[in-house]
Design a protein around this ligand. Structure first.
Ligand code: FES
Length: 80
């Protein structure tokens, strides 16, 4: 499976290290960067990737921006 993701930004997303989560011990907590492309909080993972588990191998999916609603599904012509 694969996803078509629409990006409209033309500039990078700045992540201020002083705003990253810190644990009670003062040490930085892990952060998760979205790799599926459908997070509503991109570039951070918000758990939306769970929707991708329903995808079928050999198909391409497009999701409604900011949601986990599939708006298009078709066979992946580039899939080996
Ligand atoms: S990896 Fe994309 S929402 Fe988690």
């Amino acid at each position: 499976m694969a996803r078509v993701v629409r990006f409209e930004r033309t500039d990078p997303i700045r992540i201020d290290p002083t705003e990253l989560p810190v644990g009670a011990d003062g040490k930085p907590k892990p952060i998760f960067i979205c790799a599926c492309g459908i997070s509503a909080r991109f570039p951070f993972c918000d758990g939306s990737h769970k929707a991708c588990r329903l995808e079928t191998q050999g198909h391409v999916y497009a999701y409604r921006p900011g949601s986990t609603e599939v708006v298009e599904q078709r066979p992946d012509a580039g899939h080996a």
